[in-house]
Ligand binder design. Structure first.
Ligand code: 5GP
Ligand code: ZN
Length: 115
């Protein structure tokens, strides 16, 4: 299958989402991949990463709306699978340095599991 998204050189999440690291992928489809955060500060901390390289929420365009909704619907499903749907969880986009973003490839954090 032809790869629809080009990788940004030296982008960790491009490498992970294109299968170029040994990272365990929990879920994937044509649009996105899901994997555990390497440094979890909560019992459940998953990252939802589009295969398309988008730097941050600031760089989203109208044509990315499908990607965004797929990220959120995947998060909803994984929350159920990881047993935090009922107890509750946070969905967070850190945006640029002041918002705590350190990996400049768009990603959604699912954080929960305290209760
Ligand atoms: P940010 O602060 O950019 O919103 O979030 C980046 C997240 O990626 C952090 O929570 C960090 O722990 C996680 N992370 C950084 N490097 C790696 C890695 O190599 N593998 C995985 N699984 N997570 C990573
Ligand atoms: Zn990237």
């Amino acid at each position: 299958m032809e790869e629809p998204y080009t990788m940004e050189s030296d982008c960790l999440f491009c490498k992970i989402s294109h299968g170029q690291t040994p990272t365990e992928i929990l879920f994937e489809n044509d649009t996105l991949v899901v994997f555990k955060d390497i440094n979890p500060h909560a019992p459940v901390l998953l990252l939802f990463v589009p295969r398309k390289h988008i730097r941050s929420v600031n760089d989203l365009t109208d044509e990315d709306q499908g990607i965004l909704s797929e990220l959120i619907v995947a998060a909803k499903k994984m929350a159920k699978e990881h047993g935090v749907a009922k107890s509750g969880y946070k969905l967070i986009f850190n945006v640029e340095r002041g918002g705590g973003q350190v990996i400049f490839h768009l990603h959604l954090h699912l954080i929960g599991g305290w209760h």
